[in-house]
Write a protein that binds this ligand. Structure first.
Ligand SMILES: Nc1ncnc2c1ncn2[C@@H]1O[C@H](COP(=O)(O)OP(=O)(O)OP(=O)(O)O)[C@@H](O)[C@H]1O
Length: 310
């Protein structure tokens, strides 16, 4: 059973189609990244998954239960950090959490509140008013409220937007720690591809409400027909001319030569064979194969008609 299943969901706001027959599934226990340009439909998908809005067509299921018919128990299984989570400034962090605990009707709320404050690193600020919190602290309080009901699925809408680098790395540490804990499925949206690359097992790329690409980060990189950069260092510059033929036989292009070093672009499937063939024919001082970043996959997904990678 998948943690999340989205089946041909369409959502419109007046003339705007925010999601257009979107289907995707999220593996239980995985960390899943929703990537997309502004207005791609990421927040709309989160709001549909927590039942804040209803689809015009299609269906969504969390933990195997249709969101449209899900009762309170299933809704408690989903923790949600909205993109713009704000709290009454006069309340303390602890009071915000106590209020949320009452809404969820939690048993032993104080114990749970102490626990989530420690997970997000807000113990020392718990009794300060939220109005004096920094942006990063407010995001962490938002995460604490999302975690309060011990959800099985955690939805984080642009969790690190607007945070400084220290705040981002603290947030990443917390998300990694949470993702490592058993059974938790994390779905996060982001514009920052390196963030998705470092945190997520798989990603979906949305554009104007359509799924452009989906799969593991490694598979997306591999299956994109982009090139890899191979940097080859030869022992002697005299060998430069000798290796050109081998490089072109591997569909490679030499983009620059500096002394005895060559920068080559070639198809990902050829890179290893190219380097091992060179290693058998000339003296290599070293080599480096640079995988394409998700950036290239993303750019490519946005310029191609919608397609899925399996
Ligand atoms: N309440 C609403 N009323 C009208 N249009 C809306 C509403 N909510 C979203 N939209 C529109 O639906 C589309 C998808 O918006 P959504 O917020 O889901 O995208 P997003 O991927 O989360 O964008 P961003 O990265 O900018 O937060 C956009 O064109 C947006 O303007």
């Amino acid at each position: 059973m998948h943690a999340i299943e989205v089946n041909e969901v369409t959502k419109t706001y007046g003339d705007v189609t925010a999601l257009d027959s979107l289907s995707l599934a999220v593996e239980k226990g995985s960390t899943f990244g929703l990537l997309g340009t502004n207005g791609a439909g990421k927040s709309t998908l989160f709001k549909l998954l927590v039942g804040h809005i209803d689809p015009d067509a299609g269906s969504l299921a969390v933990s195997g239960t249709d969101v449209a018919t899900a009762g309170a128990a299933i809704r408690r299984e989903v923790g949600y950090l909205p993109e713009h989570a704000g709290f009454p400034p006069a309340l303390t962090g602890r009071e915000v959490l106590a209020f949320t605990a009452r809404m969820h009707d939690l048993t032993a709320p104080n114990e749970r509140i102490t626990n989530v404050l420690s997970v997000v690193g807000l113990e020392d600020a718990a009794d300060r008013r939220v109005g004096g919190y920094s942006n990063g602290m407010t995001r962490r309080l938002g995460l604490a409220t999302a975690l309060l009901s011990q959800p099985k699925i955690l939805l984080l809408d642009e969790p690190t937007a607007g945070l400084d680098p220290r705040g981002v790395s603290m947030f990443h540490r917390t998300v990694r720690h949470l993702a490592d804990s058993e059974d938790l499925t994390v779905v996060l949206s982001s514009h920052v591809l390196s963030e998705a690359e470092s945190l997520c097992d798989s990603v979906a790329i949305l554009h104007e409400g359509c799924l452009q690409a989906e799969g593991s980060v490694a598979a997306l990189k591999r299956q994109s027909d982009t090139v890899v950069d191979v940097h080859i260092r030869l022992r002697t510059p005299d060998d430069v001319d000798d290796v050109r033929e081998t490089i072109s036989a591997h569909d490679g292009d030499v983009s620059s030569v500096t002394g005895s070093s060559l920068a080559v672009k070639c198809p990902p499937s050829m890179a290893i064979d190219l380097v091992s063939t060179l290693d058998n024919t000339v003296e290599l001082d070293g080599y480096e194969i640079r995988e394409p970043g998700l950036e290239r996959v993303f750019e490519r997904a946005l310029t191609k008609p919608a397609r899925m990678y399996e």
